[in-house]
Design a protein around this ligand. Structure first.
Ligand SMILES: Nc1ncnc2c1ncn2[C@@H]1O[C@H](COP(=O)(O)OS(=O)(=O)O)[C@@H](OP(=O)(O)O)[C@H]1O
Ligand SMILES: Nc1ncnc2c1ncn2[C@@H]1O[C@H](COP(=O)(O)OP(=O)(O)O)[C@@H](O)[C@H]1O
Length: 241
């Protein structure tokens, strides 16, 4: 924090001098040696340089995109409206000059997570990998919209821990199962009820609603536009610089 505060106020050249001074101090005081293999104590010169580099890069990226990155993590039953919300939100944000990336379970399962099924362990691995990808986008200062069933508190905590609590905004697409069944374009529920699909959340796999979501959208009571506007209104103060 202190380094960041200082380097914001210094010119690039002065910041470089400051970095050099800190590194020199560590070297002279014997806290570290120049070569990694000979490190004497817990201050690692490479790490220090990497951290200082990242502070500067983060500032540059923030200046470049002029937004605060967060992960909008939308959870809910299949056909509860997660993808519809995400696509509407993404459009609304882009129209307002924000830069976004949408990570969707259905989509990633055709590539990055193609090897995974819907067993308990594979759902966890799906969420873990996706959250790691989200984290990379956040490091590039990109507002990241994530749509995953992520059926349990445990899975969502995993995602929150990877992404970081302060940047993780949990949104619950709250829709009663009966309505999801009616809306199900992909006939997932129909197939699950006839034994053609196993581990479908809401049918033969438990869905645990979030206890304290950042935002809850009632997608069976409110229109797509209303839900998108509620989400946008809550989000704008978090992403504006
Ligand atoms: N058990 C099972 N078998 C086959 N297909 C299934 C199953 N569960 C979910 N789906 C479909 O996969 C879509 C993506 O799921 P997710 O990656 O979000 O699921 S999870 O978070 O890993 O549980 C998910 O997309 P959405 O309908 O948009 O939620 C479903 O279409
Ligand atoms: N708020 C809403 N009001 C009315 N219909 C909705 C709403 N949200 C989603 N839908 C409809 O429900 C269906 C499933 O939505 P979808 O976004 O594909 O769900 P999910 O991504 O959770 O599987 C779609 O046909 C969509 O148009």
């Amino acid at each position: 924090m202190v380094f960041r505060w200082f380097s914001k106020r210094l010119s690039q050249r002065s910041a470089n001098y400051l970095n050099a001074l800190i590194i020199l101090f560590c070297y002279v005081s014997g806290k570290t040696t120049y070569r990694k293999s000979e490190t004497k104590s817990n201050i690692n010169l490479d790490q220090l340089q990497h951290t200082l580099h990242n502070y500067r890069i983060t500032d540059l990226k923030r200046d470049f995109l002029k937004q605060r990155p967060v992960a909008v993590w939308i959870t809910g039953l299949p056909a509860s409206g997660k993808s519809t919300l995400a696509s509407n939100l993404e459009k609304a944000l882009l129209e307002r000059g924000f830069f976004t990336q949408w990570l969707d379970g259905d989509y990633l399962r055709n590539g990055l997570t193609k090897d995974l099924s819907f067993t308990d362990d594979d759902q966890e691995e799906n969420v873990r990998r996706s959250a790691e990808v989200a984290k990379l986008f956040l490091e590039s200062n990109i507002i990241t919209i994530c749509t995953f069933i992520s059926a349990s508190e445990r899975l969502r905590t995993l995602a929150r821990d990877i992404i970081g609590t302060s940047q993780f905004l949990e949104v619950y697409a709250n829709c009663p199962l009966e309505v999801c069944v009616q809306r199900d374009d992909k006939n997932m529920y129909g197939r699950a009820l006839h034994g053609g699909v196993t581990n479908l959340s809401g049918v033969n796999f438990p869905y645990e609603p979030p206890r304290f979501p950042w935002l809850q959208l009632y997608t069976s009571y409110h229109s797509v536009d209303d839900c998108t506007n509620q989400l946008l209104e809550a989000l704008l103060p978090r992403i504006k610089i």
